[in-house]
Design a protein around this ligand. Sequence first.
Ligand SMILES: NC(=O)c1ccc[n+]([C@@H]2O[C@H](COP(=O)([O-])OP(=O)(O)OC[C@H]3O[C@@H](n4cnc5c(N)ncnc54)[C@H](OP(=O)(O)O)[C@@H]3O)[C@@H](O)[C@H]2O)c1
Length: 249
Amino acid sequence: MSKVKINPEGKVVLISGSNRGIGRALTIEFLENGAKKVYAGARNTETLADLKAKYGDRLVPVTIDVTDQNTIDQAAELVGDVDILVNNAGILAPGGFLGNEAINSLNYHFNVNVLGLIKLTNAFVGMLRSKESAAIINVASVAGLANMPMLGTYSASKATVHSITQGIRGELANENILVAGVYPGPIDTDMAKGFEMEKDSPENLAKNVIQALIEGKEDIFPDTMSEQVGKQYSTSPKAIEVEFGAYVG
Ligand SMILES: NC(=O)c1ccc[n+]([C@@H]2O[C@H](COP(=O)([O-])OP(=O)(O)OC[C@H]3O[C@@H](n4cnc5c(N)ncnc54)[C@H](OP(=O)(O)O)[C@@H]3O)[C@@H](O)[C@H]2O)c1
């Protein structure tokens, strides 16, 4: 548990990948819970038209491609008042470590899920440090707590996000910034379309994330599956490795 607890009421939030899936649900949930403004990051801001129509001035579309430093620099120049940064943008494709495609697959996932997150965080951390209280929320995955071989390189990128979250938390230990990792299980979004398994809704995830921030939780397991994995992770990480290791596609 962090010493910093974050109530969204009156806060300014920036979310990467806010146009669909989990990012969209978080955008709506922050606004419905009294956030003053959400800077809605998207590669194509036209995809935010319906949210913009609904929330008006409280939703500000911002072009952000986390692989493109120019869009990040422009966003940081445009936006001066962020309290909560949500690193949500992410990609997933099947791929493991053995074979000709391994390096391409690692590059593909790390470029967005890891380097993109670091670039965006560095562009905004100065702003967050200047606040009385602030938060950095990194959307990782249960697949970052143990490797899923059918999604080996994706899992490795999310394991790196987990490690980065711990590292940033340490670097900011003396500041009033809550650094939270979110570790979802399967969530019903475009990303998980091909997975035949029970999935929780992005709306439920978003509700649980907001509640966890209010409580000051650093490790957020925001759905039914991840709650179970979270419990098991604290007692037997090896059991999760064995369970996930069986998913070979
Ligand atoms: N769904 C799950 O089961 C699940 C489970 C665990 C963790 N997660 C994580 O949750 C996060 C959101 O996933 P999701 O399920 O909502 O996936 P999604 O529906 O596929 O949405 C992904 C979002 O990321 C954006 N994005 C992709 N590449 C980007 C880039 N280079 N720059 C900026 N934005 C980019 C997409 O924008 P475009 O519309 O422009 O493509 C989209 O808004 C990801 O980090 C994912 O790894 C998801």
